[in-house]
Design a protein. Structure first.
Length: 249
């Protein structure tokens, strides 16, 4: 299956769907949360910075979109109790989950493996790999109650093009592709649940600036410009598609 190039979501594409977006306070997560709301979804804004989440919340409300919700969660420090509380809140307020997008991530160090800081390595692997696995597992009961629910992992070009000096970030993203593939295969008996990954490509984000400090950000696409494939897979248009890796650009 391929996603239509330059897909523009029609009005109401995600109407009556509840979608949780991690990393919703900035970058791709923020842009995706806003576009999901614009398409009619009730968006659950998940992130560690409450003040920034509040600003995204206010922006969505000012659009006249469905009222969003805020779920403050620091993936680096969250305990089992935090994950369970989030799952309980979603169940109580929405009764289901129709979409889950794992946008949150951290870059870590761009240094040789020989010099890589071990605590940073562990933190990057946890936030970028372990936390998305845990969150998917904890929210699976709510996803099972959703309308053809869609889980999307945010991937990277480093999983297809191994490069030096990308350290724990590349290892985590490569591992995440295995997690995506296993979830898709293990849920084959429940075809209504879809699990895919999207590589958004080059974007004008703080993470990109940290990875390529000499790059002119004005030469890069905005995060909002690459959200089309995400909305496509979150909608009914993506039914029957699971276990796939897509490039947004």
């Amino acid at each position: 299956m391929s996603i239509p190039e330059n897909f523009t979501p029609p009005a109401g594409l995600l109407a009556e769907r509840a979608v949780l977006v991690t990393g919703a306070s900035s970058g791709l997560g923020r842009a995706l949360a806003i576009e999901c709301a614009r398409a009619g979804a009730a968006v659950i804004l998940c992130g560690r910075n409450a003040a920034r989440l509040d600003r995204v919340y206010d922006e969505i409300e000012s659009m006249g979109a469905p009222q969003p919700a805020i779920a403050t969660l620091d993936l680096a420090t969250a305990t089992a109790a935090h994950y369970d509380a989030l799952a309980g809140t979603i169940e109580a307020e929405f009764g289901r989950l129709d979409g889950l997008v794992h946008t949150a991530g951290i870059l870590g160090d761009r240094t040789p493996l020989e010099q890589y800081d071990i605590p940073t390595w562990c933190r990057v692997l946890h936030v970028n790999l372990t936390a998305p696995f845990i969150l998917t597992q904890v929210l699976l009961p709510s996803l099972r109650k959703g309308r053809d629910p869609s889980v999307i992992f945010v991937s990277s070009g480093v999983v297809r093009d191994s490069r030096p000096f990308w350290g724990a970030y590349a290892v985590a993203k490569t591992g995440l592709e295995s997690v995506r593939s296993m979830w898709a295969q293990e849920l084959e008996g429940e075809p209504q649940i879809r699990v895919n990954s999207i590589n958004p490509g080059r974007m004008r984000t703080p993470m990109r600036a940290a990875a390529y400090p000499a790059e002119d950000p004005n030469t890069l696409p905005t995060p909002a410009s690459v959200t089309g494939p995400f909305l496509y897979l979150l909608s009914a248009l993506g039914r029957g598609t699971s276990g796939e890796y897509f490039n947004a650009q």
